[in-house]
Design a binder for this molecule. Structure first.
Ligand SMILES: [Zn+2]
Length: 493
C-alpha cells in the first residue's frame, strides 16, 4: 500500500497507467481461467445479432443518396455529403462534427466511445470526393445511382462512397445495438483525396490529430475477387510504393541545326532515357510481398503457382522476373523500385540545337529504398556526367503496416468465416493512398474494398472508369465484413 501511496504522490501519470494495466492483466487472467474451465464465451458477433435485411435497405438508401451528390474534385463540394452524414448520425444520437479548412470542403468526424481503459481507437475512413466524369462515355447518368443488372452504377460507387457508406452503417449499428466497446471507434469521411488537396486528411492530421489518433485504421485500397461465383481472395493493403520522381537534365552547346554537334543535349538526353528504360533495378521482397506471393501460389493454377514460388527462390528468380516484366506489370512493379519516363522537353525551334533538354522520370520506390544510393546507381547506369539528376526534397516514407496485429488477424478471421476456402493477401499497392500519412504517424492502416467479379476487373469497370459500378450484393457483404472485423477488435470480450 505504501508503494501505491508513493506512486500517487511522487510519480507521474505513467505509473498510474501501469497500475491500470496491472488491473487489466488480472482481469485478463481471470477471463483466461474462465475460458480454460469451460465457461462458454459468446463471440461478439453472436451477442449482437443484426437484422441484415433491414440494414440492407437502409444501406442502399444512404449509398444512393451519397452517389447522387456530384462531388467531382475539383471542386469537390464535400460539405454536402458531410452535412448529410452529420444529420443521419445526429438523428441517431451520435456526435459528429465538421472540420473544414474551406467551408465548401468539410471533413466529418464522429466517434463512439468505448471504455478507453487500455486500447487506442480504430479509425474507419472513406473519402467523399470523386474523380470527374466524361458523361458522354457513360451508358447511364453517372450521378443517378441507377440499379441495373444486380449493380449500382455511378461515379464513386467503388471509389469511395462504398467505404463511406460502410463506415456510416457501422456507426449506426454500434450505437443502436449498444455494443460495449473496449476502444473508441472513429469514423472519418474525408474531403479532397483525389488529387493533391490540402483540405482533406492532410488538414485533419495537421490541425485535429487528436480527433482521429488511433491504433488501427481501415480505409480503401485492397480488394477481393469472385471467380465462377466463388471468392478467390481478399487483398488487404498493408503498404505502398512511394512516389520519388526526378528530372534528368542533359546539357550541351547550343548551335545551328545545319551543323551537327558531338555534344547535342537532345542526343545526350535520349541516350540517358534509353539506358534508364532498359535498366531493371534489383528485385527485393518484403514481409508483405513475400506472404503475398506465397499465398497467391496457393490459389493459382499450377503453371502460375510454380512461377510465384520460383520468385521466392533466389536461384530461380531471374527467369521469372523477365516474365513478369513482360506479362504481369503490377507484379513486376511490386518487387522493385520502378522507373517510367513520362515527359520529354527540349528545344524551341526546328533549326536550333538547344543547350538543354529535360525528361521526367516517374520513380515509384519500395517503402524502404535508400534513395541516395539509388540515385548513385542511376548515375552509373546513365554514365554521362553531362546529365544531371534533379529532385525536390522528399517526404518521409511510411513504414509498412504489420501482419501480426490484432486487426490483421481479425480481417483474416472474418474473411475465413464469410468466405471459406479463400485466402487473405497482404498487398503492397503500387499507387499512393492517404494511408501513408497515417502510417507515418504510427497508425497500423489496412486497405479493404468490396468484392469484384473477375470479369468486371478484366473489362475495366473499376474505380475511375467510365461505367464504374458495384455489385449490389458486394456492397451489403462489405458492410457486414466491416461490422464483423470492427466488432472483433473493438467489442468488449
Ligand atoms: Zn479512392
Amino acid at each position: 500500500m505504501r508503494d501505491f501511496v508513493n506512486i500517487f504522490l511522487k510519480h507521474d501519470i505513467r505509473d498510474l497507467q501501469h497500475i491500470i494495466r496491472f488491473i487489466g492483466c488480472c482481469g485478463l487472467a481471470c477471463f483466461t481461467l474462465l475460458v480454460l474451465f469451460g465457461v462458454p464465451v459468446v463471440e461478439a458477433q453472436d451477442r449482437y445479432p443484426v437484422p441484415w435485411e433491414k440494414v440492407a435497405k437502409e444501406t442502399l438508401e444512404h449509398f444512393q443518396a451519397l452517389v447522387r451528390m456530384d462531388t467531382s474534385n475539383p471542386p469537390g463540394n464535400e460539405t454536402k455529403p458531410a452535412e448529410y452524414l452529420q444529420k443521419v448520425l445526429k438523428k441517431e444520437g451520435i456526435p459528429a462534427e465538421l472540420l473544414a479548412l474551406d467551408p465548401n470542403r468539410a471533413n466529418l468526424v464522429a466517434r463512439i466511445r468505448g471504455n478507453g481503459w487500455f486500447k487506442k481507437p480504430i479509425l474507419v475512413m472513406g473519402h467523399t470526393d470523386v474523380v470527374g466524369v466524361q458523361k458522354e462515355k457513360w451508358s447511364v447518368d453517372p450521378f443517378a445511382a441507377v440499379r441495373k443488372d444486380g449493380y449500382i452504377w455511378g461515379r464513386g460507387t467503388l471509389d469511395d462512397k462504398d467505404n463511406v457508406t460502410a463506415g456510416l452503417m457501422l456507426m449506426l449499428l454500434l450505437k443502436r445495438l449498444g455494443v460495449k466497446l473496449e476502444r473508441d471507434v472513429i469514423f472519418l469521411a474525408e474531403a479532397g483525396e483525389e488529387g493533391f488537396d490540402k483540405e482533406g486528411l492532410r488538414y485533419v492530421i495537421a490541425s485535429h490529430w487528436d480527433r482521429i489518433d488511433a491504433e488501427f485504421a481501415l480505409a480503401e485500397g485492397g480488394g477481393g475477387v469472385i471467380k465462377d461465383g466463388k471468392v478467390q481472395y481478399m487483398a488487404v493493403a498493408t503498404t505502398e510504393k512511394v512516389a520519388r520522381g526526378v528530372r534528368l537534365i542533359a546539357r550541351g552547346t547550343a548551335g545551328h541545326g545545319s551543323r551537327p554537334r558531338p555534344d547535342n543535349a537532345v542526343v545526350r538526353l535520349a541516350n540517358a532515357v534509353a539506358r534508364i528504360g532498359a535498366w531493371m533495378p534489383t528485385m527485393r521482397l518484403n514481409e508483405t510481398t513475400r506472404v503475398y506471393f506465397e499465398r497467391l501460389a496457393e490459389i493459382s493454377p499450377p503453371e502460375k503457382a510454380a512461377r510465384y514460388r520460383a520468385l521466392l527462390n533466389p536461384k530461380e528468380q531471374a527467369e521469372v522476373e523477365g516474365y513478369l516484366a513482360q506479362n504481369e506489370l503490377s507484379h513486376n512493379s511490386m518487387i522493385r523500385t520502378s522507373i517510367s519516363p513520362t515527359m520529354l522537353k527540349g528545344g524551341f525551334r526546328t533549326n536550333v540545337i538547344p543547350s538543354e533538354a529535360e525528361a521526367y522520370l516517374d520513380i515509384r520506390a519500395l517503402p524502404d529504398e535508400d534513395m541516395g544510393k539509388f540515385i548513385e546507381r542511376m548515375k552509373e547506369v546513365i554514365g554521362d556526367p553531362n546529365v544531371e539528376i534533379k529532385s525536390n526534397p522528399w517526404r518521409d516514407a511510411a513504414p509498412a503496416s504489420k501482419l501480426d496485429t490484432e486487426m490483421f488477424a481479425a480481417l483474416e478471421k472474418v474473411q475465413k468465416r464469410l468466405y471459406p476456402g479463400s485466402v487473405t493477401l497482404p498487398m503492397l499497392l503500387t499507387g499512393a493512398t492517404d494511408m501513408s500519412q497515417l502510417r507515418v504517424k504510427g497508425v497500423q492502416a489496412y486497405g479493404i474494398e468490396p468484392l469484384m467479379q473477375e470479369e468486371d476487373i478484366r473489362q475495366g469497370v473499376g474505380a475511375h472508369s467510365d461505367n464504374e459500378r458495384i455489385l449490389e450484393k458486394s456492397l451489403h457483404d462489405f458492410v457486414r465484413f466491416m461490422w464483423y472485423a470492427v466488432l472483433e477488435v473493438a467489442a468488449s470480450k
